[in-house]
Design a protein around this ligand. Structure first.
Ligand code: F0G
Length: 463
């Protein structure tokens, strides 16, 4: 290409105002929210990077598709369009819509797991872990060792440790009904998994007669990384790469709120007839009839179009580059982040940035509060608040203390990113004065969503 600037491959037809607040207003909002960014009112946030889940902008083609939603209870046209779109990518036999990813997880694990089972994954995301543990099973994270060293660069840091997998399967016959691989590895920095690793995990699972599923939330971003980083894939289209990824699996769970480009939705897809029947029965119990699974016909339409758009090369190039752009600027400013930059988010390494805050005072949580206080930016902690509590109720520090800045799809422009960079660099300059937090209220599971905190030393930033 003659020109090197990668542009947003769209123009903007509808806009939504965002509102500036004063530091004083944010101080008050933070106190009222118990220093938990999940409990803020969204209108008090200037740039919202809490999640890339369901927060994207839909295209005119998606909105047009929604007008054609068929709201029939059973056998709607919209279901068949959705099913075709999913099948063209995954080639899986049974495609079961759900209202979002965690519903697919609950139904799958509810149909498959019993107490004492073990589910290996490169790294479970919070809801996946919680759904495994809710069944009395153990959620085992076995990423490659490089995954836990934030500044160590590796092209496929989302890979699973194959020796560890083989070891678990050999040592626990009959106790591992399923192995999952999360693409990209969200809790581990949005890092991709290579095709070679997917293939190898598949071979090992099938050698031991164990099901192999993808947690496919960000499959298109993963396909882009394979295209640009793995030998032999440069000339393949993202769609062909995605098809190959799915060709190695027995099924997948999917949140269409990510690479489905929709505001709501998900699915479970699998080949096994008997397991699919069990899952459909569970689905009817809480989600709905198998041709809508808790979604409106128009949601199924939005996903069908979204799954097409997400595999567009211009979109993926822009998507991955815009996240990388923030990462590069932060590295240049000396801010420690997980490297290389992942697909949907930049992850600040709070343990390196704030070595004076002990893990029991939640450095990444404190940092996310300070980013909001100073710049109105909302991020999310992926550290010891999210993952520190063990199933037996004890506490164990998380392997990393990360602040994730997740980019909604097609929402923010380069000047938003430049602003972000200024805020983060400013906070980095204050880092020695930042102090930790103390948890004062917490629910028994998934505590990060509703726990309340206080500054552990009187204030988040000391003089
Ligand atoms: N798996 C992964 C890897 C995820 O990132 C998520 C959601 C889920 C499963 C569950 O999907 O939200 O549709 O029920 N992650 C969001 C996030 C919430 O912020 O990363 P869901």
């Amino acid at each position: 290409m003659k020109f090197k600037t990668i542009i947003e491959p769209f123009r903007i037809k509808t806009v939504e105002p965002i509102r500036r607040t004063t530091r004083k207003e944010r101080e008050l909002a933070l106190r009222e929210a118990g220093y938990n960014l999940f409990l803020l009112k969204a209108e008090d946030v200037l740039i919202d990077l809490l999640t890339d889940s369901g927060t994207g902008a839909m295209s005119s083609a998606q909105w047009a598709g929604m007008m054609q939603g068929d709201e029939s209870y059973a056998g709607a046209k919209s279901f068949y369009r959705f099913e075709t779109a999913v099948r063209e990518i995954t080639h899986l036999k049974h495609i079961i819509p759900t209202h979002q990813g965690r519903a697919a997880e609950r139904i799958l694990f509810g149909s498959l797991l019993k107490p004492g089972d073990i589910v290996p994954n490169n790294t479970h995301f919070d809801t996946t872990r919680a759904n495994v543990e809710y069944r009395g099973a153990t959620a085992l994270d076995i990423p490659i060792p490089e995954a836990r060293q934030p500044q160590l660069r590796h092209p496929f840091k989302g890979n699973m440790d194959l020796n560890a997998l083989e070891h678990v399967l050999k040592e626990n016959p009959g106790r591992v009904p399923i192995v999952m691989l999360t693409v990209t590895n969200n809790s581990g920095g949005g890092q991709p998994v290579s095709m070679a690793n997917i293939r190898a995990v598949s071979e090992i699972c099938h050698k031991y007669g164990v099901l192999f599923f993808l947690d496919a939330c960000r499959f298109a971003e993963n396909a882009w990384f394979i295209k640009t980083r793995e030998e032999g894939y440069a000339d393949k289209s993202p769609r062909e790469i995605a098809q190959e990824m799915f060709s190695y699996v027995d099924g997948c769970t999917m949140s269409a709120k990510k690479d489905g480009m929709a505001n709501i939705g998900g699915f479970l897809a699998l080949n096994d007839d008997e397991l699919a029947q069990k899952c459909k029965n569970m689905l009817i119990l809480t989600e709905g009839f198998p041709t809508y699974g808790g979604l409106a016909g128009y949601d199924l339409e939005a996903i069908a179009v979204g799954l097409h758009e997400v595999l567009d090369e211009d979109y993926l190039r822009y998507r991955v580059r815009s996240v990388e752009y923030l990462g590069e600027k932060l590295v240049a400013a000396g801010v420690p982040i997980v490297e290389p930059v992942g697909g949907h988010a930049v992850y600040i390494d709070a343990l390196t940035m704030l070595p004076h805050i002990p893990q029991n005072e939640y450095p990444a949580w404190a940092l996310s509060c300070v980013l909001y206080l100073e710049g109105g930016v909302r991020s999310v902690e992926i550290g010891s608040v999210m993952f520190g509590r063990q199933p037996d109720g004890s506490e164990k520090p998380a392997p990393m203390e990360l602040v994730r800045l997740a980019f909604p799809r097609r929402v923010y422009t380069q000047s938003h990113v430049d602003y972000l960079c200024e805020v983060i660099t400013y906070v980095h300059g204050l880092r020695e004065r930042v102090r930790g937090v103390r948890m004062v209220e917490s629910p028994p599971v998934l505590r990060h969503f509703t726990a309340r905190f206080e500054p552990a030393h009187g204030s988040l930033i000391v003089a």
